[in-house]
Design a protein around this ligand. Structure first.
Ligand SMILES: *Cc1c(COP(=O)(O)O)cnc(C)c1O
Ligand code: SF4
Length: 446
């Protein structure tokens, strides 16, 4: 359990499935809704803190409020049969054990590790897999510190949920900083370290320091950019303002930025409502004052932000606070995908409608992008070529860097929601990368 954010002025109160009834606002909801939420929360990870409850959710707008939907699992997130089965167990007041066992069965059916993440991306060092590391794209290594495998609150759509449900077999975690350092030292092609989670900023500053400070030594000169992926600006902005080690955290950021490396804070804002509080704005100011840049990315999710006007307001708010819009993702093929997913055609039209309302400063955001097995694939547009309606696609990142930024074409399909649903256009049998990707998978025993 995390305790990193305790601070004397402001006790950190967090609610999970076990004490959901102590949320005052929750108890005011209609009883049937309370029951449904509890049933789903026994399958999907649920965690929300009092800042989100009191400052971000508009309790006069339930169930439509986007932050409510981001935090509180909804009945429709489970398949009807699964929901009914779990609901029966709850009605019969079955033991926690029985409920847990049934929940686990359902979880396993929800594609906890999409896009072959675990096997395909685990790098090796001296014949041993490097725990907690993913190295999929040449320049950038992802690292998941074991102490950062949780978040201040849990998003209902999150594809990282497999690591929150206490399944140690599936857990992608690291044991210590030394292996991370050894791997980075041995791979001078890596320019970017993406330090992620969960949310690494649930960690105390002194633990973060043990990972990041050594990277300022000369043997890590090739690491030019340190990115920290975090949703803490949304869930616990006090982390940067008044937690007991907030000052130390800001000093660490400043030290990294002063060293001449680019410190990129990769924030995640699904909705402009996350940026509305004074403490969030203050936190953004403080982070920027260290010399770090803040970039923002988020997935497009039905029920939360599937409207161009929400994105325009989200990106405009970010820009005015000095944040650089970065990625616009297609929701991943995992978890409650059927609840959140949006057809690619619609994702593209929302993106196009939104981005054309931005000035050039806001057009840094790329997408809609799918993080699929072979790479990050962008829907560049919809076009008609010789009478055939097609999606124009390209890789923004690829397992083979040569795949990137070359347009390729798929048959237009209004219902397709993921790369797997698409078929090559112009009567071709396969996409240009498919044979090579298959060979890569086979080399990994997949
Ligand atoms: C998105 C992603 C990255 C970072 O890609 P950028 O385009 O450089 O932001 C790195 N590794 C993995 C596995 C990713 O999914
Ligand atoms: S903060 Fe990020 S990792 Fe954590 S639950 Fe939300 S999307 Fe997932």
């Amino acid at each position: 359990m995390i305790t990193s954010t305790d601070n004397s002025d402001r006790p950190y109160k967090v609610f999970t499935e076990r004490n959901i009834d102590s949320i005052e606002q929750f108890r005011q909801l209609p009883e049937a809704m309370q029951f449904d939420i509890k049933v789903v929360a026994s399958v999907m990870p649920f965690r929300v803190n009092e800042y989100v409850i009191n400052e971000l959710i508009d309790w006069n707008n339930i169930p439509a409020d986007p932050i409510f939907r981001l935090m509180f699992p909804q009945k429709e997130m489970l398949k009807a049969a699964d929901f009914n089965f779990m609901a029966e167990l709850h009605r019969a007041a079955e033991s926690r054990d029985t409920i847990k066992k049934a929940a686990k069965e359902i979880q396993l059916g929800m594609n906890p590790h999409p896009a072959g993440q675990q096997v395909m991306n685990s790098p090796m060092l001296e014949g041993e897999p490097v725990e907690g590391m993913q190295h999929k794209y040449r320049e950038t290594a992802l690292y998941f510190p074991s102490q950062g495998q949780t978040c201040h609150s849990y998003c209902t759509f999150c594809f990282r949920w497999a690591q929150f449900i206490g399944d140690s077999e599936l857990k992608m975690a690291s044991t210590d900083a030394a292996t991370m350092h050894a791997y980075l030292k041995a791979h001078t092609e890596i320019t970017d370290l993406l330090f992620t989670g969960g949310d690494p900023l649930v960690m105390k500053t002194k633990i973060l320091k043990a990972y990041l400070e050594p990277l300022l030594e000369p043997e890590f000169d090739h690491i030019r950019h340190i990115r920290i992926g975090s949703k803490t600006l949304t869930f616990w902005p006090y982390r940067f303002t008044q937690d007991d080690d907030a000052e130390e955290l800001m000093a660490l950021f400043k030290k990294i930025a002063d060293s001449g490396k680019h410190l990129a804070f990769m924030a995640h804002f699904d909705h402009y409502a996350e940026l509305k509080t004074d403490v969030c704005k203050e936190a953004i100011k403080r982070i920027r004052a260290t010399g770090a840049n803040i970039r923002a990315q988020a997935p497009l999710t039905r029920h939360i932000n599937d409207d161009a006007s929400v994105w325009v307001k989200n990106w405009k708010t970010q820009l005015s606070l000095g944040i650089i819009p970065y990625y616009f993702f297609v929701a991943r093929d995992t978890g409650a995908k059927h609840y959140f997913e949006i057809p690619l055609a619609r994702a593209y039209s929302i993106y196009q409608e939104a981005i054309t309302q931005m000035s050039g400063l806001g057009r840094t955001v790329r997408g809609p992008s799918m993080s699929a097995g072979p790479g990050k694939v962008e829907i560049t547009g919809v076009a008609e070529v010789n009478g055939e309606k097609v999606f124009v696609l390209r890789f923004l990142q690829g397992r083979n860097p040569d795949w990137c930024y070359k347009p390729f074409f798929a048959q237009y399909d209004e219902a397709a929601t993921w790369l797997d649903d698409l078929k090559p256009a112009f009567g071709e049998e396969k996409f240009f990368y498919e044979d090579e990707y298959k060979t890569m998978c086979q080399a990994r025993g997949l």
